[in-house]
Design a protein around this ligand. Structure first.
Ligand code: BG6
Length: 491
């Protein structure tokens, strides 16, 4: 699926946290692919920064090892990796100390490239100090952009503090808050599907849609990240950002254009129209925590054992019913669910249309299911539209539900680029459409904060579920009480 490539301008990218997991697994491989495909020009330079002392040669060897782990051999033929890492250099610097910062300035000011990007692949506690240092040495000027990752805060108040610290060095027009879900192909396809086809938009409202489901299920547990995860939980880790972004793109009004603010204005309106969730209100939210069970064919420990703390109330699963209080969506439930150690890895958005008002078929035709549009984000990216058709043959009018099926791998072939590839090139191009604006992040926290406060004030533990199952039974009861069921593939 490699896209047609148009080379971007030569750029300098400085990666803070260059020896961390994100840089190794995502940033270096993504930059490599963009270079290999001819989109990142040869003049582009990558400067790694972290506290650890390292020479340029050691850093290049480190990056080459990361590429060996995360880039397929077919994309690393000949001396390509060697030629790529030749553009990398390294500076040791610490946000808390003077050393190293003037060296970063010297590197960048020697034959400067037209575009300058600072990627903060660090914990959010360092965003403020790094931005302050960059400002102090004048590197925040000349159109320099800063890229930050979630978590942006743990609450509205802390998100504001992080955003203020960034804003003291970079104007909003040069801040790129990454939500990597927005870089996924199918997520962008949601916009293509809605706004490049005349078919769906007239039906995209409460008159024709019964409900929407958004599922992001993972088979993995917390994988050595228990320290971070226990301070976050599924609501902060997945719902506040990725899942609400998916909900926004599904529910927003058509923007007048794909300009960054045109799209983000519409997403913001959705976030502001979300009805507050009250726990007492017919339990529209369920939080769970996995116990020992089986996953990917083997036994796995429970969350509390992995964490080594039997008292934690951190949720590894959330299912909730959201409602959007506006004319388009009034009364249409949006069911969201996400969790670790679920039976399969699948992320999808399912739009269930309303049932037909009257059947002209007799009882022999069988039940007539409502149409469903399933947008599969991963794995097996694609779109399926489930329709009723007649079973072939002379045996009378029997109806069956069959999908119109477009799998992207079969349709387009080739490699499916990682979300970071697209997003990194968007930063260089100066396109903020797929990045979260400050007011969006804060509006999402405004909706999330009361849920967290409700949990914090409760002595109830999350509901247990066995690893390898679809979460606590309360999550199934929650949707079934409304007369609907969670979507199951090929049902
Ligand atoms: C991250 C979360 O943002 O997204 C992780 O912190 C989660 O906990 C990951 O596993 C899921 O991303 P993807 O792209 O694998 O679906």
């Amino acid at each position: 699926m490699s896209p047609r490539t148009i080379a971007v301008e030569p750029f300098d990218i400085v990666v803070f946290g260059a020896t961390g997991d994100l840089a190794r697994r995502k940033l270096f491989p993504s930059l490599y692919h963009r270079w290999h495909d001819g989109q990142m020009p040869d003049e582009a330079r990558i400067t790694g920064v972290s506290r650890r002392k390292m020479t340029d040669a050691e850093f290049r060897a480190y990056a080459a090892a990361a590429l060996a782990d995360h880039v397929a051999p077919i994309d690393r033929e000949g001396d390509a990796v060697e030629r790529f890492v030749a553009r990398m250099r390294y500076v040791a610097a610490d946000a808390d100390a003077e050393a190293g910062w003037s060296e970063i300035a010297t590197v960048l000011q020697t034959d400067p490239r037209p575009v300058r990007v600072f990627y903060l692949a660090t914990g959010p506690d360092l965003f403020g100090p790094i931005c302050a240092r960059l400002k102090a040495i004048g590197l925040n000027n000349h159109g320099a952009r800063v890229v930050v990752e979630k978590p942006i805060g743990k609450s509205l108040a802390s998100a504001r503090a992080v955003n203020d610290a960034i804003a003291s060095a970079f104007p909003e027009s040069r801040v790129y808050r990454i939500d990597h879900y927005l870089g996924k192909e199918t997520v962008q396809n949601l916009m293509a599907l809605r706004f490049a086809n005349a078919l769906f938009e007239p039906l995209w409202n409460a008159a024709h849609i019964d409900h929407v489901q958004i599922t992001v299920a993972e088979t993995l547990g917390v994988e050595g990240r228990a320290g971070y995860y226990d301070t976050a939980g599924a609501l902060r880790d997945m719902v506040q950002n990725h899942m609400l972004q998916l909900l926004c793109l599904t529910a927003m009004e058509p923007p007048p254009s794909l300009d960054a603010d045109a799209v983000r204005d519409e997403k913001l309106k959705v976030l502001r129209a979300l009805k507050p969730i009250l726990e007492a209100d017919n339990e529209p939210i369920v939080r769970g925590q996995y116990r020992a069970g089986a996953s990917s064919g083997g036994p796995v420990p429970g969350y509390l054992e992995e964490l080594g703390d039997p008292t934690s109330h951190t949720e590894t699963f959330v299912a909730l019913r959201a409602e959007i209080a506006n004319w388009r969506w009034a009364g249409v439930p949006f069911f969201l669910r996400t969790g670790k150690r679920l039976p399969t890895r699948v992320s999808e958005i399912v739009i269930t249309f309303r049932s037909i008002p009257h059947s002209v078929f007799g009882p022999d035709a069988g039940p007539i299911a409502a149409n469903r549009l399933v947008m599969r984000l991963q794995p097996d990216e694609g779109v399926k539209l489930w329709l009723m058709i007649k079973d072939p043959g002379p045996g009378g009018m029997r109806l069956r539900q069959v999908p119109l099926n477009m799998g992207f791998a079969e349709t387009f072939g080739g490699r499916n680029p990682d979300a970071y590839e697209r997003l990194l090139m968007d930063v260089v191009r100066g396109n903020q459409t797929l990045f979260m604006r400050r007011d969006e992040v804060e509006a999402a926290w405004t909706w999330i904060d009361p849920i967290l406060a409700g949990w914090a004030g409760s002595t109830l533990a999350p509901k247990p579920y066995t690893a390898g199952t679809w979460g606590p039974s309360a999550a199934i009861a929650m949707i079934e009480r409304s007369g609907r069921t969670w979507h199951e593939e090929d049902e």
